[in-house]
Design a protein around this ligand. Sequence first.
Ligand code: ZN
Length: 100
Amino acid sequence: MTTERESTPQRRPGGRPRFYSRRKVCQPCVDKKELDYKDVDYIKKFLSERYMIEARRKSGMCAKCQRSLAKAVKKARHLALLPFSPAQKGALPVHYRPRS
Ligand SMILES: [Zn+2]
């Protein structure tokens, strides 16, 4: 079993699985995209279904991107490109997915 050395941590037989947190990557960094307040569709990906900015520990974003996201979202809200809350007229849940 020594030949099996993969980068993906797997449960070893007979041993407790090592502490393993799924590595989250910063999506804007991966996409090499600037978070722009005009790019509403892209920004929406980082909002919860209640149009709140997703927490960094949830989205896995880096500090830099999280900052620019917050700025972009607030700007977009001010310009009425994004709603403040789902209660607003015309606002639909961004990624409303019933949990299955
Ligand atoms: Zn980033």
